[in-house]
Design a protein around this ligand. Structure first.
Ligand code: NAD
Length: 476
C-alpha cells in the first residue's frame, strides 16, 4: 500500500491478504477469488415496539464457499457496516483455515445499540433478524452457522436456535444452526471462556520459545509480565482473568468505554468485572487510578498489550507512541494496515487476530460436532478411563506389597490420576492443542521463509495455502 490515508477495516484486511498472497504460487484469478467476499446480504425489517414501528438493518456476509458450512459471529452494534462485516468474514475464512476448522468464513451484524432496548424488546428484534436470515438459509446447520460476537452472547444464540427450531420443526440437526448457546440448549462447556483462554494458550506457546521471546525484547515466562487490556467484555475478561489467576501475570491497566483504570501493582480482575457489571464502566472503582482519556493507556509502558474491544484502535495517529514490545490482537482488526507497518519497523512483535482469537471458533466447532453427534464429550469413555487407571494403581500397590516394600502410591496422586476427563477438560485440551499447533505452524514459516517479515504475514500465508489447496482440489 502506498497511500498514507488510513484504510478502512476491509482495505486493511485486503492489504494484509495481498502482502501474504504475493508469496503464494497461484494464478491471479485464484488470488482474486480468495480475496473477494462472495456475497453480502442486507436485510431491513421493522418491529413494532413501544407503540410504533422501528426499522433495523442487518447484514450477513459469506466470504468463502471453499468449505461448508460457513461460520462467523453476529455483531450487535450501532456502528456495524457492510464494509466491517465483509472484513470480519474474510478474517473468519483465514482463521478457520489456520486452526484447521472445516468451515468457510462468514460474519453478520445488526445495527443496534443493545443498551437502548430492554430484554423483551431485544428478543423480538433478534428473532425477527434471525427469521430474515433463516428463510434465506443464511442460518442453517449445514450452510451457515453464526456465533456470538461483540454485543451478543448466549442469550441471543438461544433465541436464534429456538427461532430456527420453530421454523424447521423436523430438522434433527436444528441445534447445530448456531453455536455459543447456553448449556441447556445444546451448548458446550467452555465456549464462553474459549476466545479469552485461546489468547492465553497462544501467549503460553509464544513464551515456550525463547528465540521468539527474545525477538520481542522480553525474557522469562508470563509470570510477572505487566499487561494492559482494552475491553473487559467476553474476550478481554477471560484473557485477563486466566493470565492473572492461572499464570501470575500482572494486569496493570484496563481500558473500557468510559475511561481506563491504572494500577502498577496489579488490578483484581474479578473485582473490577463486578464493578463494571454494576456501574457500566470502570469509573469509581478503587482498584486503581482512573484515566479519563482511556485510549492514552494503549501508549503506556507495559510488557504485553491486549486490545480486546474494537477494530482500528491503533492507527497512524498513535502507532508511533505504542511502547509495548508484544501486542496480541484479541479483538479483530485492532491495528490498521498502516499502523501495522509502523509497528513492525519499530520491532514490535504482533500475534495477529486470525491466530490470537481463533479459540472461539475452535470451541464453536466442537459444539457443532457435539450437536450433530447428540452426545456430550467424555460420556462414553470417562468411567472406562477411570477403571483402567484404578487397575494400574491396584496392581502397583500389590507389587509393592509382594516385594515387601513399605511404600504406596500417595492418596493425592491417586485422586488426581483416577479422575477421567470431563467435557470441560476435553474442550480445554482440544483448544490448547489447536492453539499450540497453529502457533507452531506459523512460527515455522516465520523462521524458514526469509520473505516473511512477521507472524501476521506467516499466519495469512499458512491459511491462504490451505484455502487455495481446497479450491484447487475442487477444480477451481
Ligand atoms: P463484548 O461485547 O463482550 O466486549 C467488548 C468490550 O469492549 C465491552 O466490555 C465494551 O464495554 C468494551 N468497549 C467497547 N467500546 C470500547 C472502547 N471504545 N474502548 C474500550 N472498551 C470498549 O465483545 P467480545 O465478544 O469480547 O468481542 C471483542 C472483540 O473480540 C471483537 O473484536 C470481536 O470481534 C472479537 N472476537 C470475539 C469472539 C467471541 O467469541 N466473543 C471471538 C473472536 C473474536
Amino acid at each position: 500500500m502506498t497511500s498514507t490515508k488510513e484504510p478502512t477495516f476491509r482495505e486493511s484486511v485486503g492489504a494484509m491478504y495481498r502482502q501474504a498472497a504475493s508469496l503464494v504460487d497461484m494464478s491471479s484469478g485464484l488470488r482474486q477469488q480468495i480475496e473477494i467476499c462472495n456475497s453480502t446480504y442486507t436485510v431491513r425489517f421493522g418491529v413494532r415496539l413501544r407503540g410504533e414501528i422501528h426499522n433495523f438493518t442487518g447484514y450477513r456476509s459469506v466470504h468463502s464457499d471453499h468449505a461448508e458450512p460457513q461460520k462467523g459471529g453476529l455483531r450487535f452494534d450501532h456502528r456495524v457496516t457492510a464494509d466491517e462485516v465483509e472484513a470480519l468474514a474474510a478474517l473468519m475464512t483465514f482463521k478457520c483455515a489456520l486452526v484447521e476448522v472445516p468451515f468457510g468464513g462468514s460474519k453478520g451484524g445488526l445495527c443496534i445499540n443493545p443498551r437502548e432496548w430492554d430484554e423483551h424488546e431485544l428478543e423480538l428484534i433478534t428473532r425477527r433478524f434471525a427469521f430474515e436470515l433463516i428463510k434465506r438459509d443464511l442460518i442453517n446447520p449445514s450452510q451457515n452457522v453464526p456465533a456470538p460476537d461483540m454485543g451478543s452472547g448466549e442469550r441471543e444464540m438461544a433465541w436464534i436456535a429456538d427461532q430456527y427450531t420453530r421454523m424447521n420443526t423436523t430438522d434433527i440437526n436444528a441445534r447445530a444452526c448456531v453455536t455459543g448457546k447456553p448449556l441447556n440448549l445444546g451448548g458446550i462447556v467452555g465456549r464462553t471462556e474459549a476466545t479469552g483462554r485461546g489468547v492465553v494458550n497462544a501467549l503460553q506457546e509464544f513464551f515456550r520459545h525463547p528465540e521468539d521471546v527474545k525477538r520481542a525484547n522480553l525474557s522469562g515466562s508470563l509470570e510477572g509480565k505487566r499487561i494492559i487490556v482494552q475491553g473487559l467484555g467476553n474476550v478481554g475478561y477471560y484473557a485477563a482473568l486466566f493470565l492473572s489467576v492461572e499464570n501470575g501475570a500482572n494486569i496493570i491497566g484496563v481500558i473500557e468505554r468510559d475511561g481506563a483504570l491504572y494500577n502498577p501493582d496489579g488490578i483484581d480482575i474479578i473485582e473490577l468485572k463486578l464493578h463494571l457489571n454494576q456501574h457500566g464502566g470502570v469509573k469509581g472503582s478503587l482498584l486503581g487510578q482512573f484515566v479519563e482519556d482511556g485510549s492514552k493507556l494503549l501508549e503506556e509502558d507495559c510488557d504485553i498489550l491486549i486490545p480486546a474491544a474494537l477494530e482500528a484502535v491503533i492507527d497512524t495517529a498513535n502507532a508511533d507512541r505504542i511502547k509495548a514490545p508484544l501486542i496480541i490482537e484479541a479483538a479483530n482488526g485492532p491495528i490498521t494496515a498502516l499502523a501495522d507497518k509502523i509497528l513492525r519497523e519499530k520491532g514490535k512483535i504482533i500475534i495477529p487476530d486470525l491466530l490470537a482469537n481463533a479459540g472461539g471458533v475452535t470451541v464453536s466447532y466442537f459444539e457443532w460436532v457435539k450437536n450433530l453427534a447428540r452426545i456430550r464429550f467424555g460420556r462414553l469413555q470417562r468411567r472406562q478411563e477411570e477403571n483402567r487407571h484404578r487397575l494400574l494403581i491396584n496392581e502397583l500397590n500389590r507389587l509393592f506389597k509382594e516385594a515387601e516394600l513399605s511404600i504406596t502410591v500417595s492418596d493425592s496422586f491417586v485422586q488426581k490420576y483416577l479422575r477421567g476427563a470431563d467435557e470441560l477438560e476435553l474442550v480445554r485440551s482440544g483448544l490448547d492443542d489447536t492453539m499450540i499447533k497453529a502457533y507452531r505452524s506459523v512460527r515455522k514459516v516465520w523462521y524458514e521463509n526469509n520473505k516473511v517479515p512477521d507472524l501476521r504475514v506467516a499466519s495469512y500465508l499458512v491459511a491462504i495455502e490451505r484455502v487455495a489447496a481446497s479450491y484447487a482440489s475442487k477444480g477451481l
